[in-house]
Write a new protein. Structure first.
Length: 410
């Protein structure tokens, strides 16, 4: 089968959330099918790195865009009904590339990852199409509106409302729509406008994120994630202001390491606090992760699956996280990870792990076991295969005659 795969971030190298999921899909599908990838790159470095996807697909097209121009496209959409965020992922070059591919090759399936690039193929009716929303992005923007001050909160709310309207419109234009988690699927189902829906989880490479030699710093807790991302920034600002002082009252030697690319000045200033280290970009997060006693993810804004949780648990590093973030992981609070809401709950959960090596060992083992059984890519991709079969069968199903519909026989 020939598959055209369109995604919003070029899926190689798979080092961040928006690239990990599409890369693993492409890698899997290319085992039995001819997969053509079309996506965007934003720098010469990213374009050079994109060549690494060659062994994992039949053909790929990386269309380079200028980030400044893409930002202007966002601004130009502010007075329109179209989401401004879609402007950031629009490229005439990619639009032409997709059109040319469709004109010169016959495809059996179009697969789109992320609603922000769905418009490139939304009008194609002759080929079965699947839209993987991943997360329902509109609700993330609406979450932002709850935390931003006026008048920024109004802008975020407006963008969320426009995006929700567009998600509903796009869902009608595809044969089948999917999400990353059951919770996101429930949101999609609440729209009641998609032809068919399903979900399949993110996985984690449990061999790559394997436990280390067992040595760790009993006073070191870590957080990892891109620090140019607002939910990660807010999590660390709140944690350092409200939880860290409580922890220090009980464990004065406690240390926090914030691991993640592109921290802005406000995040870098957190390193002025005693025993707080902001690493910036690192070549490999695993050594930093493995030397931590635990990984904390106190996210108050979280949609879908947080890969940081999967990777930490796979590496045998216990996790203390928010209920929102835990909802995207197939794990049982108290058994595979700890969940907290208030500053006091975070403090107690963290201290319960740091002060009890046996509890840490239990969580490390149970968390990794859960990743191997419930978040492995092989089982997720088997679910994807069944979703694709379902999509194709929907196209093959003969239409119900109007007379039968009127008679109530359909």
């Amino acid at each position: 089968m020939r598959i055209l795969y369109v995604c919003h971030r070029f899926p190689f190298p798979p080092k961040r959330g928006g690239k990990i999921r599409p890369f693993n899909m492409i890698k899997h599908l290319s085992g039995d099918h001819e997969v053509t990838v079309a996506s965007l790159v934003r720098s010469s470095t990213e374009a050079a790195e994109a060549d690494g996807i060659a062994p994992f697909c039949y053909l790929y097209r990386a269309c380079k865009v200028n980030p400044t121009i893409q930002s202007l496209r966002m601004v130009m959409r502010l007075p329109s009904l179209l989401p401004s965020s879609f402007g950031f992922f629009y490229s005439r070059s990619l639009a032409r590339t997709v059109q040319q591919l469709l004109q010169h090759r016959s495809f059996d399936l179009i697969f789109v990852h992320c609603s922000s690039v769905a418009r490139y193929v939304a009008d194609i009716a002759s080929i079965p199409k699947i839209l993987d929303f991943g997360d329902m992005d509109s609700h993330k923007w609406l979450d932002y509106a709850r935390f931003k001050p006026f008048p920024m909160n109004t802008g975020f709310w407006l963008e969320g409302a426009k995006l929700r309207r567009e998600e509903q419109r796009l869902a009608r234009r595809f044969d089948l729509c999917t999400t990353t988690t059951r919770a996101e699927w429930d949101t999609l189902e609440s729209y009641r406008c998609a032809n068919a829906t399903d979900w399949f989880p993110n996985g984690v490479d449990t061999e790559y994120f394997a436990p280390g030699d067992g040595r760790y710093d009993p006073d070191l807790i870590s957080f990892m994630g891109r620090m140019d991302y607002y939910p990660n920034q807010k999590a660390m600002f709140d944690f350092c202001a409200n939880v860290l002082p409580l922890l220090r009252k009980h464990r004065a030697a406690i240390k926090l390491e914030i691991i993640g690319a592109d921290p802005p000045p406000a995040v870098r200033r957190l390193a002025r606090l005693p025993n707080v280290n902001v690493t910036g970009s690192v070549p490999d997060v695993r050594p930093y992760l493995r030397r931590s006693a635990l990984m904390v993810a106190p996210l108050s804004i979280a949609r879908g699956t947080q890969n940081k949780l999967l990777e930490s648990m796979a590496a045998g590093v216990p996790v203390v996280t928010s209920a929102l973030a835990a909802a995207g992981v197939d794990a049982i609070p108290g058994e595979h990870l700890h969940v907290a809401t208030t500053s006091e709950e975070y403090c107690n959960a963290i201290l319960s792990v740091l002060s009890d090596p046996e509890e840490r060992t239990r969580l490390a083992r149970s968390g990794r076991d859960r990743m191997q059984s419930h978040h492995n890519w092989e089982s997720s991709m088997r679910r994807l295969d069944s979703i694709i079969d379902r999509c194709l069968s929907l196209r093959r199903r003969p239409p119900v005659p109007a007379t039968a519909q009127q008679a109530g026989l359909a």
